[in-house]
Ligand binder design. Structure first.
Ligand SMILES: [Fe+2]
Ligand SMILES: [Fe+2]
Length: 228
C-alpha cells in the first residue's frame, strides 16, 4: 500500500492541523516512511506529524525539494529528532552554486547527507527527478512514487516548471498524477493528461486548474490524505 498525507500547506484541510505558508508531505511506500519538505516552522510540522500519529524519529528517508524558507524551515528541527534518516538535498543547497558560498556542511552538524543533481532511485518505487535548475538560479527536485496506477509526482514549488520536473520522472515510468505547489505555471492544458491533479501550496492558478481538470482535480490542504 502507498499513502500520502500533506503535513504542511497554505491551506487547511483536516481538523486540528496547523497550516501556514509552506509545504511538506509524508509518504508511506513499500514499508518506507518518507518525508518530503519541512514547511517553515518545525513546531507546526511536528504538531501535525504527531496529530497524524507519525513519529519524526521513524522517518527513513527525508528529501528537500529546494532551498527556500517555506520548505527548509523545519529541516534542522527534524534532523535534531532524527539522526538515522537518509537525507537528500538538492545540489547547490545553501547557495553554493549561485553565491559561491561556503558549504553548509557545518550547519548540517557533520551529518552525512546526499546531494542530488541527477535523477535517481532512492528506494524501491521511490525516485527523485534530479535537481533541475530554475530561472531563479535555484535547483529543485521532485519525488516520484510508484503506485498501482503509475507514478505520483510530488513537487515543492516547481520553480523549474512543474512540466519539466514531471517529465524528468518519466524515465522511471508512466505518470499517474501530480501533487504539490505549481507556482506560476500557466500552460494549464499540460495538466489535463493526468488522472490526478492536486494543485496546492503556492499554485497561483489553483482555482483555474481545479476547474479545468474537473473530476481529476482534488483540493489539498494540511491533513489531506490519500491511499493508492
Ligand atoms: Fe514554496
Ligand atoms: Fe520556492
Amino acid at each position: 500500500m502507498t499513502s500520502i498525507r500533506i503535513l504542511y500547506d497554505n491551506y487547511g484541510f483536516a481538523k486540528g492541523y496547523k497550516f501556514g505558508w509552506g509545504f511538506s508531505a509524508y509518504i508511506e511506500h513499500g514499508g518506507k516512511k518518507i518525508l518530503f519538505d519541512f514547511g517553515e516552522k518545525w513546531d507546526a510540522l511536528r504538531h501535525n506529524m504527531k496529530l497524524g500519529g507519525i513519529n519524526p524519529g521513524d522517518v527513513d528517508v527525508a528529501v528537500l525539494s529546494h532551498d527556500h524558507w517555506d520548505h527548509n524551515g523545519g529541516l534542522e528541527g527534524f534532523m535534531r529528532e532524527n539522526s538515522e534518516a537518509r537525507v537528500y538535498l538538492p545540489a547547490g543547497f545553501g547557495g553554493s552554486e549561485v553565491f559561491d558560498a561556503p558549504s553548509w556542511e557545518g550547519a548540517l552538524g557533520g551529518r552525512k547527507v546526499d546531494f542530488v543533481k541527477d535523477g535517481l532511485k532512492i528506494a524501491d518505487g521511490v525516485y527523485t527527478s534530479g535537481a533541475l535548475l530554475s530561472d531563479i538560479g535555484l535547483r529543485e527536485q521532485a519525488l516520484g512514487i510508484s503506485t498501482q496506477k503509475g507514478i505520483l509526482a510530488v513537487v515543492g514549488c516547481s520553480h523549474p516548471g512543474v512540466d519539466n520536473l514531471v517529465e524528468s520522472l518519466r524515465s522511471f515510468g508512466d505518470i499517474y498524477g501530480v501533487i504539490g505547489g505549481f507556482h506560476g505555471f500557466d500552460r494549464l492544458e499540460y495538466l489535463k493528461q493526468f488522472e490526478l491533479v492536486i494543485p496546492t501550496h503556492c499554485t497561483r492558478k489553483r482555482d483555474e486548474i481545479l476547474e479545468l481538470c474537473g473530476k481529476h482535480a482534488v483540493r489539498g490542504g494540511a491533513g489531506f490524505e490519500m491511499e493508492f
